[in-house]
Design a protein around this ligand. Structure first.
Ligand code: G3P
Length: 267
């Protein structure tokens, strides 16, 4: 086993009910760089990154409960699950759970006179290890994406730049973010999975990003609802998914996250 693998998976290997799946997964990944550990230490791929948006089911106390469920699934399966709550919930969630916490946005600004902006340093101090940038619901100009990625790098936040298609993904890759999450906006929140409805967008993004900057990790999102959608995303060459409503609005988010994680173990 690769020594950089997260301690979660060590305990899972011994005690988890998914022992066989985890061992099979570790064997398959051995020597393939599958246990990629980014410098901040907590984020691994494959990753399930759950965007809490501003859903009532993921606000305040509900956000904490959802993050705790995500942590439980991560511990049980060894799969990395990150959460992206609203800004005001970052601090309490980061104190309560050991899984990676992301901000939903940062502004490309520094200390000073920027009333109402989101300072990257504040996000970091609150306990986030990374941030989404340019989410479809919080778009930025190209120059601002570039500046936000640089600010994220400066304060050591993992940057996940969201993109809407392949050409934009290729442009974003040139900015050297840590990850790109391609999400066709028309599929967001529909329950129609990008990995099945538009597989060509995913594969062409994976290829284009690889050509521009092979170090950038590609995720995909929009409409991801069940384990099959996640397995399809992995088979198309991504290193995970960015997901919101399929988990946050599910009757039983724990069960859905477990299904997602199992799908990765079996993919
Ligand atoms: O950031 C995730 C996102 O925009 C996709 O949303 O609800 O289709 O999973 P959803």
């Amino acid at each position: 086993m690769n020594s950089s693998f997260h301690p979660f998976s060590l305990s899972c290997r011994k005690y988890g009910k998914f022992k066989k799946d985890i061992e099979k997964y570790l064997k398959a990944m051995s020597g393939r760089g599958g246990e990629l550990m980014l410098e901040t230490g907590k984020v691994r791929t494959p990753i399930i990154l759950v965007n809490f948006k501003t859903y009532a089911e993921a606000t305040g106390e509900n956000a904490v409960k959802l993050a705790e469920m995500a942590e439980k699934v991560s511990i049980e399966t060894g799969i990395c699950i990150g959460v992206a709550p609203q800004f005001v919930d970052i601090s309490i969630i980061a104190k309560k759970v050991s899984i990676p916490v992301f901000a939903q946005h940062i502004d490309p600004i520094g200390y000073g006179s920027y009333t109402g902006h989101v300072l990257p340093e504040s996000v970091k101090y609150a306990g986030a290890v990374g941030t989404l940038i340019n989410h479809s619901e919080r778009r930025l100009k190209l120059a601002d994406i570039d500046a936000a990625v640089s600010r994220a790098r400066e304060v050591e936040l993992i940057s996940v730049v969201c993109t809407n298609n392949t050409p934009v993904s290729a442009s974003a890759a040139a900015l050297k973010p840590d990850m790109i999450a391609v999400e066709p906006p028309e599929l967001i929140g529909t329950g129609i999975p990008v990995s099945k409805a538009k597989p060509e967008v995913v594969t062409s993004t994976v290829e284009a990003v690889k050509r521009v900057n092979p170090d950038v990790i590609v995720l995909c999102g929009a409409g991801i609802t069940n384990g099959d959608d996640v397995a399809a995303a992995i088979r198309l060459g991504t290193r995970g998914v960015l997901v919101a409503s399929g988990i946050v609005r599910a009757k039983n988010p724990y069960k859905v996250m477990l299904e997602f994680a199992e799908a990765i173990l079996k993919a």
